[in-house]
Design a protein around this ligand. Structure first.
Ligand code: ATP
Ligand code: MG
Ligand code: MG
Length: 406
């Protein structure tokens, strides 16, 4: 990003944007994507003001934010300027300028979760080192600096071998799989070589991927949301089923691993813990996000307290809310861009129209300025009496799509 970008804000007044109100209720969010947007929606119910910092003047959160400062969350001066206007700083993306957050904390700025947490999480290799030190079960992993190192890792871990970028990863961009030693060079080239910093993970042969949203309050109280199953397509979260259809013992194990992982990090907020349930019945941690997460979108309709409301409660220092489900089951379906531009919008609109005819369905549209293939444009949540019933409703919603396209 351009670090010399000029910053503008809709509100031109001064450093205390909410006259007569405690500054504490002004939550500054680094990033203004769909997570920031849904934080704004939750904030409006609770008399909390959300300010966002995002470089794009029509980012998803912009229209719903109390204020939007246009600028880079990866630029030191901009983040410092933004922090002056907020009672507490939080993130909706972990790829922010963490050195500045550390400096701000030293100056007394309240960052939730803590900069130390963002630093650990934004580097997936550091994250793995941290969790292994805390005895959290993980796929075996190792840093690689050159081709020889990658081949040694392949000898040790076997194939397929998962090669990952340490930093700036999302939606699987930053992962490459080598099915054999011969494929190592092309996999590494696909990740842009060794410059960005790479490491490898042993392949996790999983039966299911699970996730747990964990909330921690400023008083360090910790609450876990019900364990969900996440289904990925081409590395992108596609469907989430809540609760996960796994034996009680597995749910307990997933919960315990998630609780322990988040206990090892500092600061308030919600966190997402992505997990693998392996063929031999183990739970391994994949990665943690220090913010609301796609696997928790269903909570808006299905839980007493949504993950977005919970995050705000946590960072502001309000009591945490009940994370349990108020409906027996929920399925979340991501609306991923199917085509560029107008044709993509048309397909999304057709699907939304069908969703609105399904009982218990709620549509969320993120209002992203551009439609792109595989981009998360919105999501649909179905709530109802059981996962079986919801699967049938989801299938009927999607089947018509196929027949219309033929
Ligand atoms: P996110 O959008 O969740 O931040 P990301 O880009 O950080 O994604 P990962 O979560 O590391 O990527 O991996 C994406 C997906 O790739 C996982 O959800 C899982 O399906 C698969 N995957 C990741 N690591 C492994 C592994 N060690 N073995 C097998 N599959 C894996
Ligand atoms: Mg990730
Ligand atoms: Mg992930």
């Amino acid at each position: 990003r351009d670090s010399h970008e000029t910053t503008t804000s809709r509100r031109k007044d001064d450093d205390s944007p909410v006259h007569g109100l405690s500054k504490m209720i002004v939550v500054g969010v680094l990033g203004g994507g769909q997570l920031g947007r849904m934080l704004c929606q939750a904030a409006s119910k609770m008399a909390i003001k959300v300010m966002v910092l995002d470089p794009s003047d029509n980012c998803p959160a912009s229209a719903l934010a109390y204020d939007h400062m246009v600028g880079s969350f990866d630029d030191s001066n901009t983040v410092q300027e933004f922090a002056k206007r907020c009672g507490v700083l939080t993130v909706e993306i972990e790829h922010v300028d963490v050195a500045t957050l550390e400096k701000l904390e030293q100056q007394g700025v309240d960052c939730e979760p803590r900069a130390s947490t963002i630093r650990i999480i934004q580097d997936k290799y550091l994250q793995k080192v941290h969790f292994s030190k805390h005895a959290i079960p993980l796929p075996k992993f190792m840093e690689i600096d050159d081709l020889e190192g990658a081949k040694r890792a392949g000898d040790l871990f076997g194939y397929p071998l998962m090669i990952k970028s340490k930093r700036l990863a999302y939606d699987g961009r930053g992962n490459a799989v080598a099915k054999s030693e011969e494929e190592i060079p092309s996999a590494i080239a696909a990740l842009g070589g060794f410059d960005r910093g790479l490491y490898v993970e042993k392949w996790a042969s999983f039966i299911k991927e699970l996730a747990v949203i964990v909330a921690r309050g400023r008083d360090n109280s910790i609450l876990c949301y019900p364990v969900v199953e996440t289904i990925h397509r081409e590395n992108i979260c596609h469907i989430v089923k809540a609760p996960a259809d796994v034996p009680w013992k597995i749910r307990k194990l997933a919960n315990d691993v998630a609780y322990k992982a988040i206990s090892s990090l500092e600061g308030a907020g919600v966190f997402a813990v992505e997990l693998f349930l392996t063929t031999d019945g183990r739970i391994l941690l994949n990665e943690v996000a220090p913010r609301p997460h796609n696997s928790g979108h269903h909570t808006i309709e299905s839980c007493y307290t949504s993950q977005f409301e919970q995050h705000l409660r946590a960072v502001v220092g309000l009591p945490l809310g009940d994370p349990s489900m108020k409906t027996p089951a929920a399925i979340m379906y991501n609306l991923l861009g199917e085509d560029e531009g107008e044709p993509g919008f048309k397909m999304a609109h057709q699907l939304i129209a069908r969703a609105l005819g399904i009982p218990g369905a709620t549509v969320h549209w993120y209002d992203k300025p551009e439609m792109r293939r595989q981009r998360k444009m919105g999501h649909i949540t179905l709530v109802g009496p059981s996962i079986g019933v919801l699967e049938a409703r989801l299938n009927s919603m999607l089947k018509e799509e196929g027949s219309e396209n033929q």
